[in-house]
Design a protein around this ligand. Structure first.
Ligand SMILES: C[S@@+](CC[C@H](N)C(=O)[O-])C[C@H]1O[C@@H](n2cnc3c(N)ncnc32)[C@H](O)[C@@H]1O
Length: 481
């Protein structure tokens, strides 16, 4: 971050604007919204500024900029059409440690002004450190259309209520729940839609009733959201997952959860890693279950984030059983499982009228002879088989499939780091899969897809130019069975 984002209180504070034209006028309009005491210095003023000066809204110093005019000022803006004057103003302001903005000159500016959406007291500022002003304007337009016009009314109402809420609800956690309930609830909806005047008697009564309900609840029951974080790309998170993440006091996550997804949690939420650490210390499933119960019993809202979908090879069921046994409330938010995410991002349709009429997800943690996997069924043609956690068992998987009738020409693909910027796809046949995986040094997490649909990757791949095209060596035509 090149610029520190702050909101500066300027009410009754002296600010110098150098320049009397249109650009200066726009900056002055903005400054006046903050009740700043604006002095403008320029040989002459455009009409709108002259009127303001005449009405005493701003002070006017007629003439050229003099460095002494900066003395005692909180902020300075150089907005003349003469670069040498602007540079002189910037230099003098810097000497006095007064933050200065030079219009359209980021090098000379100590601060720059963001694009804003003003729903005072709510102000949204968007900046690109000066790199992409058109982009910031586009973002502002989007925010303008998205943020309710009466957002300011709601914020003002909240501001008025704050002392009462603080006095009536002793605990910070209770107050936070009250506010979340307030902003998500019917009262806020009525204010935002204009159905109820924010100062209306009915609204105040309803708020009073809500406060009474919250004040009676001395302790809040904790709860757990078991959330599927998807295979990595944060864009694959569901809206419900995002909400659970942002409501959580504590987030428990493991190795498969990407940093980008974790970044979406509330900034002050506690983050606890419960996966395998690099030192190979492993938090056991029992410890994780116990921690979930403990946190919920302490009244926390816990988001248990799991890679992919929590109910697909995720041991989510075991965690919920522990919660159910302890009488803790929970919800489950499904996620995009690795098979769906990786296949989509690799351009491999898992079923296809011509190539696969059945689809099976299997754990690759199979032991060969002694496992319960129906290898004969998985080896049949017209079937796509997705192996999770299959990388370390690649040789066994290939051997079992071939023993049960799958031909060496059966196509397969390994997808490493699926949906992430580092995604790689290695395509092969059962005959050369182990060799190609070793050659490409495929690493975990990786998903194995076996079936003729994987041949479609060649024509349908769309994501990530870095994909490794380790095409199969068979020359019978990629799409023939
Ligand atoms: C313990 S399972 C968890 C599966 C997860 N619950 C899901 O629904 O995707 C872990 C396996 O999922 C697969 N996997 C998860 N994320 C992946 C990704 N981004 N790319 C490739 N494979 C992934 C790998 O096979 C990995 O060994």
């Amino acid at each position: 971050m090149d610029y520190f984002p702050i909101f500066l209180r300027l009410a009754n504070e002296p600010v110098l604007v150098v320049g009397g034209g249109e650009v200066a006028a726009r900056k002055i309009d903005l400054l006046l919204r903050t009740q700043a005491q604006v002095t403008v210095v320029a040989p002459e003023l455009i009409e709108s500024l002259a009127e303001k000066a005449h009405a005493g809204v701003i002070s006017y110093v007629s003439g050229e900029f003099q460095p002494e005019l900066l003395d005692g000022k909180r902020l300075a803006i150089a907005a003349t059409d003469k670069p040498s004057v602007n540079a002189w103003v910037a230099h003098q302001a810097e000497r006095r440690n007064i933050p200065v903005n030079v219009v359209d000159d980021r090098e000379l500016s100590r601060f720059i002004m963001p694009a804003i959406v003003d729903r005072s007291p709510v102000v949204v500022a968007v900046g690109s450190s000066g790199d992409a002003p058109v982009l910031t304007r586009r973002l502002r337009e989007k925010l303008e259309s998205f943020l309710p016009q009466r957002l300011g009314d709601l914020a003002k109402l909240a501001g008025k209520l704050r002392p009462t809420v603080k006095a009536r609800l002793e605990h910070a956690a209770t107050r936070r729940r009250f506010w979340e309930n307030f902003f998500d609830g019917a009262i806020a909806g009525d204010v935002l839609s204009g159905r109820q005047d924010a100062a209306g008697q009915n609204i105040l009564e309803r708020i009073g009733n809500s406060l009474t309900r919250f004040a009676k609840q001395s302790k809040f029951a904790g709860e757990v959201a078991l959330v599927g974080a998807g295979p990595g790309d944060p864009g694959l998170l569901t809206l419900r997952a995002l909400r659970a993440l942002q409501n959580a006091d504590v987030v428990l996550y493991d190795r498969l959860v990407s940093d980008e997804v974790l970044d979406l949690a509330r900034r002050d939420a506690e983050r606890i890693y419960v996966g395998k650490a690099s030192g190979n210390h492993h938090v056991s499933q029992e410890d994780t279950n116990a921690l979930l119960v403990k946190l919920a019993k302490a009244g926390k809202r816990v988001c248990r984030l799991k890679g992919g979908d929590p109910f697909i090879f995720g041991r989510g069921g075991e965690e919920l059983e522990a919660l159910a046994a302890a009488g803790i409330r929970f919800e489950v938010v499904p996620g995009v499982t690795a098979a769906a995410g990786c296949a989509a991002y690799a351009g491999i349709p898992l079923t296809h009228r011509d190539h696969a009429q059945a689809l099976t997800f299997v754990t690759g943690h199979c032991k060969g002879e002694s496992d319960n996997v129906d290898w004969a069924a998985l080896s049949r043609p017209g079937h796509t088989v997705v192996f999770y956690m299959g990388l370390s068992q690649l040789e066994t998987i290939v051997a079992r499939l071939r023993e049960h009738g799958a031909p060496g020409t059966r196509a397969a693909a390994l997808i490493e780091h699926g949906t992430r910027p580092t995604q790689r796809v290695v395509t092969a046949t059962l005959e050369d899969l182990v060799h190609k995986a070793a050659e490409a040094n495929v690493a975990s997490p990786a998903l194995l897809i076996v079936g003729e649909v994987t041949r479609l990757h060649d024509t349908l791949h769309w994501f990530n130019a870095r994909a490794v095209e380790a095409a199969s060596t068979d020359d019978e035509g990629r799409l023939s069975a």
